[in-house]
Design a protein around this ligand. Structure first.
Ligand code: SF4
Length: 468
């Protein structure tokens, strides 16, 4: 049985895709190799969001080739995911030792293609074509193979994005928005809960656009047809995404629901109202703002203004005062002036984010922003990154510190990665809590802890009351 090693770069979607490909391969008789040093197949699941991520994967493959071609020349090597999609055959032209290039709509073909290559029926395979319906083909999870039961799981609900933000390569790498049906998603969630999962994160590039596009809804054969997908364009004023949240919320035994990534445009009153109405929907929202300047937001083609964004934050905090809010921010977007950047700093201070992921703008080929005038010099991007980081860290330190002495509910996920003698859990508002389990296995339990200390984006707790 060939052993497969998959190395993943990038976001949670990529993690989820790798997990699904691994599960698919295991179901077809492959084993999972503990390291690339003993693998018969090495796949790199790639990210294209930043140039740095692409270079990392390319360098990794160069090293893997140097290693395997010397000692194990029959090892099958492949790229999959976003960079595979956007570069296609160019990857094999550049690195002729690569055997497989698998695009983002072709993950479900991984086992077939590897079988062909391993059997000698095909030498090289490049498949980056679009495939209608591919969003519904991958749903396997690797839960059964784990010695410990999984407590949390990601469920892909849609793929692709039609927003075309001017800096972003995702619409080109992941294609047009395509959504799975509500019955299909709910069935997968039910199965996960039956296997012991307590918390589900609904995943997609722009989840708030779930069910809005992807075909001709009037055709009975379309996945968008109401009878096939169990979802209407709007029902009682509820968008398809909120209808999906309602359906998943019904699942007995499921304790928590999260979702990522949404778009601020999708935070209509129906979604805010869902936060107030659905107790399993946790007090946590990731709202990528990208900039605090209306001028830059327009250049980015984000589709909202600073005032609209702040309005959503206000409504969310009124619905759930304890809500944890995180964001993504780009500094040094083409044309960003010192005044624009100051507006981003002031927005960060006004919102008081619990967490923010800051990205120094890096041009992605074939995106409109890469050709825009006013590219900001690297030195200024670095300097703005540092200034914003200081503001974000100072605010987060204050917000985390304010939780010391309070009691909060966590879902225990398992041993801490840094210190396996300790356990980690996550609060409803998405903060990591590390605690000493005192010899007991609390994995999978909802329990109350008292926060005794706050570190950098980590809380330390003392178990107070265990809810068995
Ligand atoms: S909404 Fe998100 S995924 Fe879509 S183009 Fe914009 S940044 Fe990229």
């Amino acid at each position: 049985m060939p052993g497969v090693f998959i190395k993943t770069y990038g976001c949670q979607m990529n993690e989820r895709d790798s997990e699904a490909v691994a599960a698919q391969l295991v179901a077809k008789g492959y084993t999972l190799a503990p390291s690339e040093a003993v693998a018969d197949v090495i796949l790199l699941n790639t990210c294209s969001v930043r140039d740095f991520a692409e270079q990392k994967a390319l360098n990794k493959m160069v090293n893997v080739i140097a290693e395997t071609r010397r000692s194990r020349p029959d090892t099958v090597l492949g790229f999959m995911g976003c960079m595979a999609q956007s570069r296609g055959r160019e990857l094999i032209d550049r690195l002729p030792d690569v055997d497989l290039v698998l695009g983002t709509q072709k993950f479900h073909r991984a086992a077939d293609y590897l079988d062909e290559i391993l059997a000698g029926c095909a030498e090289k395979i490049v498949d980056v074509a679009a495939e209608p319906g591919s969003e519904a083909t991958i749903r396997e999870h690797l839960l059964n193979g784990n010695s410990q039961k999984a407590v949390t799981a990601f469920v892909s609900i849609m793929q692709g994005c039609n927003q075309y933000c001017t800096f972003c390569i995702v619409p080109y790498a992941r294609g047009e928005e395509r959504s799975r049906t509500i019955p299909d998603i709910v069935a997968e969630c039910r199965q996960l809960v039956a296997q012991g999962v307590k918390e589900i994160t609904l995943l997609g590039q722009i989840v708030t656009s779930y069910g809005k596009r992807g075909g001709d809804a009037s055709s009975p054969n379309s996945p968008l047809h109401p009878q096939r997908r169990g979802v209407a364009a709007t029902s009682n004023g509820k968008s398809p995404f909120v209808q999906l949240l309602d359906a998943v919320h019904e699942i007995e035994g499921l304790e928590r629901i999260r979702f990522t990534s949404p778009h601020p445009k999708g935070y209509g009153d129906d979604l805010i109202e869902a936060y107030a109405r659905l107790p399993k929907l946790v007090e946590s929202a990731h709202l990528p703002v990208q900039s605090g300047s209306d001028r830059v937001l327009k250049l980015m083609h984000r589709g909202y203004t600073r005032a609209r964004y702040l309005g959503i934050i206000g409504k969310l905090r009124r619905a759930r005062p304890e809500i944890g809010i995180s964001t993504d921010i780009i500094v040094g977007f083409p044309g960003e002036t010192e005044d624009d950047f100051e507006q981003t700093l002031s927005l960060a201070r006004e919102v008081e984010f619990d967490q923010a992921y800051i990205f120094k703008y890096s041009p992605r080929r074939d995106t409109p922003a890469a050709e825009m005038p006013g590219q900001v010099p690297q030195k200024i991007r670095e300097e703005r990154n540092q200034r914003l980081l200081e503001v974000i860290n100072e605010i987060a330190g204050r917000r985390y510190g304010a939780l010391v002495g309070r009691q909060t509910q966590i879902l225990v996920e398992g041993p801490s990665k840094k210190n396996p003698a300790r356990m980690t859990g996550r609060t409803r508002c998405n903060k990591i809590v590390v605690f000493d389990p005192a010899g007991r296995d609390h994995r999978g339990r909802l329990m109350d802890v008292k926060i005794i200390r706050a570190g950098s984006f980590t809380l330390y707790g003392d178990p107070a009351i265990v809810n068995l």
